[in-house]
Design a protein around this ligand. Structure first.
Ligand code: COA
Ligand code: AMP
Length: 633
């Protein structure tokens, strides 16, 4: 193996300013930055402080300036509705410029917030880029979240306008957005000025004049708008993510660093060149969708695929192979759970054999741990490298990966490969000392973080500092635990907070517990993620009832499940709530969630010395067996 990767990695750590200055020369600036990194106020670092640019210009206009306006920017394919369309860079720019004009006509200006709650349709991408064009800050909310979650995001962001659609489509079910949005608007204390709604064909809904207006109408009266000049450290977007409490955290992204870093990743991590066809099978409501359906591939001048479907059931387990084959996709990025779903339906790859994947070169997986079985299955089927890489909403791009555009490294099954240039990853043990190779501990990244990562939380500098930057002085705490081996490979083993990963979707068990606690019969509860063969983890709730409750357990359990679906959303996939007599606790009253999880996952556990009453553990085990969470024996 050559030492090309090592050389580039070392440069990025030893002289980050030089490294990122070089990368910054690859993007369009109205004014090039001369101040590369401001370190005067840790942990708040500023990249490219005096640079002036625009996200949308880098996604669209710059490619047209370079004579590539006729290249396809976006391919939309919905196996659910049968709709398909293509947009060249010129066509996409025209649509974005008009919608930018429409937003402006509705009073949206630089710095204003716009909530986007939409299914996977081109208008969602157009809305995001239109915000970027006029310097508005978008906050995309995943369609699987319920009104309550949408309301909390409206309140926290104080959005001026909400952009939505009449409906989304899930296999076998139409998701009516309007009632969900109406409820959210009612629940939110902050009042939005205007709702813009895209009417989907055959699913038109009634709008209330003055407060609500259709996409078609705002666009028909709008004029095209040019890109607004933005300071590098102004914000491109807020993406809310589950936090260690039920209150979601507004991860913000600054403008200059985001463009520089994401464009750099396309070649260096993914080995994607301009003009290549790239597909990220995620949802624009998640960070993977923001970074790799929309921004990075467009910054790089690629063709990006927007897929409104699922790996299975739309219509079958060949859906992914069909897209790759139809559009000659070079690389796919998705979550391991998608491949587990395909493997479950079509273990022998019968559907796969129907398609021509001769242009397909690599598969990237992230969002949750990629189990070696799934990786090996995919490798055997696809005969291309299958790469597990690790990252977070907070960072917006991979912290560790096989950087295939620099140098292909060998796969170690179960590891997310090595730290990517820009990230100085360390393991810190509970005694606060740095771990030696193979010693477990908290995974941290030495500050400053590279460009494109979160410079703060929306309106919550203190929370940013306390939550992420204080437990280990000078380091960003990832809240993942694991180890680094003797070859520098990173092994992500678990989260150290209450976050669980359900089908690649990040959820807080604390948030689910908050909902369950609101049930009038529930005295206390614990929610934990138990291992699931398809979704990686699934939440289960253990609930203890108040004394004197005379409702039957089954009714209470059903009510709890309904409450979580209504308050958090179907995405929580919360289907199991078990009524138990009592929860195991330490003598100081802390619920022993870790021990319960080990029991549920059938992993060996030690009886904690601080436990109040060890007998409760066998009671819990019996309850889990009774409810088919655990097999007996
Ligand atoms: N709008 C409304 N509801 C949504 C939704 C959306 N955008 N996305 C999911 N949901 C709903 C689903 O319909 C389901 O509802 P149900 O309880 O009525 O069946 C629920 O939320 C749970 O969804 P999900 O966890 O996605 O489970 P699933 O059984 O529908 O599908 C997979 C499982 C594995 C096929 C699917 O999760 C998948 O394709 N995941 C991989 C790609 C991915 O999205 N990764 C995210 C980050 S990279
Ligand atoms: P999200 O912010 O939704 O992208 O979720 C980030 C979390 O997902 C990380 O902190 C990890 O816990 C988990 N995660 C993401 N990618 C991987 C991976 N490749 N291996 C293990 N865990 C991962």
């Amino acid at each position: 193996m050559s030492d090309k990767f090592k050389k580039i990695y070392d440069e990025s750590i030893n002289n980050p300013e030089k490294f990122w200055t070089d990368a910054s020369n690859d993007i369009f600036w109205f004014k090039k930055p001369t101040k590369i990194l401001n370190k005067s106020s840790p942990p708040f670092y500023k990249w490219f402080e005096d640079g002036v640019t625009n996200t949308c210009y880098n996604a669209l206009d710059t490619h047209i300036d370079q004579g590539n306006g006729k290249r396809t920017a976006l391919i939309y394919d919905s196996p659910i509705t049968g709709d398909k369309s293509n947009f060249t860079y010129e066509e996409l720019k025209a649509k974005v410029s008009v919608f930018a004009g429409a937003l402006q006509a509705q009073g949206v200006n630089k710095g204003d917030r716009v909530i986007i709650y939409m299914p996977m349709i081109p208008e969602a991408v157009i809305a995001m880029l239109a915000c970027a064009r006029i310097g508005a800050i978008h906050s995309v909310v995943f369609g699987g979240f319920a009104s309550n979650e949408l309301a909390s995001r409206i309140d926290d962001s104080k959005a001026k306008v909400l952009v939505t659609a009449s409906c989304g489509f899930e296999p076998g079910r139409t998701v009516e957005y309007k009632p969900l949005v109406d409820e959210a608007v009612k629940l939110a204390k902050h009042k939005i000025d205007k709702m813009i709604l895209f009417q989907r064909k055959g699913h038109e809904v009634k709008l209330t004049p003055s407060k609500e207006v259709s996409w078609e109408e705002v666009v028909s009266n709008a004029k095209e708008i040019d890109c607004v000049e933005m300071n590098s450290n102004e914000f491109a977007y807020i993406l809310y993510t589950s936090g260690t409490t039920g209150t979601p955290k507004g991860i913000v992204r600054d403008i200059g660093g985001h463009i520089v870093a994401l464009k750099w990743t396309m070649k260096n991590i993914y080995n994607i060149d301009e003009g290549d066809i790239w597909w990220s099978a995620s949802d624009i409501g998640w960070i993977v969708g923001h970074s790799y359906i929309v921004y990075a591939p467009l910054f790089k001048g690629c063709t990006t695929v927007l897929f409104e479907g699922k790996p299975v059931g739309t219509p079958d387990a060949g859906a992914f192979w069909k897209i790759i084959s139809d559009y000659k996709v070079k690389s796919l990025f998705t979550a391991p759970t998608a491949f587990r779903a395909i493997k479950k339906e079509d273990p022998d790859g019968k559907f796969f054999s129907k398609y021509n994947l001769s242009k397909f070169e690599s598969l990237f997986l992230a969002g949750e741990r990629a189990d070696p079985d799934t990786i090996k299955w995919a490798e055997n089927l696809l005969k291309v490298p299958v790469i597990d890489h690790w990252w977070q909403t907070e960072t917006s791009w991979a912290i560790s990966s096989n950087c295939t555009g620099i140098e292909m490294m060998k796969t170690k099954y179960g590891s997310a490969c090595k730290a990517v240039p820009g990230y100085d990853v360390k393991i810190i043990k509970s005694d606060q000392s740095l771990a030696k190779p193979n010693e477990m501990g908290d995974i941290v990244v030495k500050l400053p973080l590279p460009p494109g990562t979160f410079p703060t939380l929306w309106n919550a500098d203190q929370r940013y500092k306390e939550n992420y930057m204080s437990n280990y002085e000078g380091y960003y705490q990832t809240y993942d635990a694991g180890h680094i081996d003797e070859d520098g490979y990173i092994w992500i083993m678990s989260r150290t907070d209450d976050i669980i990963n359900v089908a690649g979707h990040r959820l807080s068990t604390g948030a689910i517990e908050e909902v369950l606690s609101e049930h009038q019969s529930v005295a206390e509860c614990a929610v934990l993620g138990v291992a699931d063969k398809l979704k990686g983890q699934l939440p289960i709730g253990l609930i203890v009832l108040k004394a004197g409750v005379d409702k039957d357990n089954e009714t209470i359990s059903k009510e709890c499940i309904k409450m979580v679906r209504e308050k958090i959303g179907p995405v929580a996939a919360f289907k199991v709530a078990i009524v138990i007599k009592r929860l195991p606790k330490t003598r100081s009253g802390k619920i022993l969630r870790g021990t319960i999880r080990k029991i549920a996952d059938n992993i060996e556990y030690k009886i904690p010395p601080t436990i109040d009453d060890p007998a409760i553990l066998s009671e819990i085990k019996d309850d889990l067996i009774k409810n088919n969470i655990l097999k007996s024996g």
